[in-house]
Structures are given as structure tokens and as C-alpha cells.
Design a protein. Sequence first.
Length: 244
Amino acid sequence: MSLGMADRQARARRRLIVGLVKWAVALAGIALAGLFAYRTGTELAELDVARLDGKVKALTEQVQTLQTDNANLKAVAQQAQQQAKQWEQRYTAEVPSGNAKAILDLASRKLADGVPMDRLTLLINMAGNPRVCDDKPEAKRLIVKTALNKPGKDGTTTFADRRLTVTIDGESVVNANGQKESWFDPAQPITLHVVDLGGKTTDIGGAIPLQKSLISGDSEFNFAVAADDKRGFAVVTALRCNFP
């Protein structure tokens, strides 16, 4: 073999070795890059997992807290409902209703009006005593006064030996032509005026038939007013009872 041929073969081997080394270095670089990328991705994934685990843990704790709060609120609501039911039962049992409430309201008004407690107590206690009344009521007929008539003495009557003087005011009848007549309309409300010997006037208003009681001195008078068969007249009935 000539010297030139050997030299060329040596150079060829060197180039081959250098090429192989370059490829080996390149492959090693690629492997290192891949390994770095893998390690980096793994670490990032682990960080994401840890972060998600933290969120899951926090959310789990929040859910548990909300569940506890919800259970506490349910317990409080049940306790409040039970207390409300107890108060309702107590109110129903202790607060008067019906006739008892009406009597209590009346007593409260009388006390507010200045009626002494001892007198009010006396009257309530005496309410159960036997009622003593006259043998029969008095019945009087009189003309009902309207804006168009002047009944004079026929429009006034007395009861209990002239202790009480009674008159009645009413509304005039309207005829088919729309004109008012002098006599009163029994379908309209009336006002019964009762004057005692001291000049005190008690007005009792309402529709016929009208019934009302009033106290005068030591007597209770139960009045009843009804329309008379005679046009323009009314019948007043009064029954006197002892009071109290």
C-alpha cells in the first residue's frame, strides 16, 4: 500500500469517527433535553396536583362548615317553631276571647273613663243577683219629629212618673215624585232622646226596631222603639228595673 493511500484512509476514518462523535453528542443533547423537559413537566404536574389538592381540601372544609352551619340553623329553626307553638298555645289559653274579651274590653274602657275599681267590682258582683223589675212595661205612642213637621205635645212623652222625657227624631219619607213628606220613614235610622230630671240628655240612635238600656239614678230602663200602625207615629216601651 502506498503512503498516499494510507493517508487517505486515515483521514476517512477520522471523518467517520468525528461524524459518529457529533451524532453521539447530538443524540445525547436530545436525550438530555428530553429528560429536562420530562423532569420539568413532571414537577409542573406535581405542582398543579398539589395546588388542586389544596383547593379540594379547602372546598371540602367549606362544605363541611356549611353542612355544620345548616344543621345548626335547622336546630335553631326547629327550636323557634317549638317556642312559637308554645306561645301560641299559651296565648290561646290565657288571652280571653268572645264574651270574656268583650267584658274585659268594657271594664277597661270604664276604668279609663274614671269609674272607680271598687264600684266596677261591686257592679260585676251584683250582676248575678236576681233582677227586680216593675210588673209590666210602660208603652207610649208619639209622633216622630222630622224636618217638615211640628208634632208639638204629641211628639213628647214621659216615663217613670215624669222622671224621663222622651222625643224621637227621624228622616222624612220621600214620595214617588222625589218629594219629602212630613211623616218619618220607618226604614231610616231614628234617634231617641231621653232627658232626666237633672237635664242630662241621652241619645240612642239606630234602625227600627230599636232596643237599648240606660241607667238613671237607682233604675235601669230598657227601651224598645217600634213603628206604629198609624203613619208618622212610633211606640216607645220602657221597662224599669232596680239598679244595681
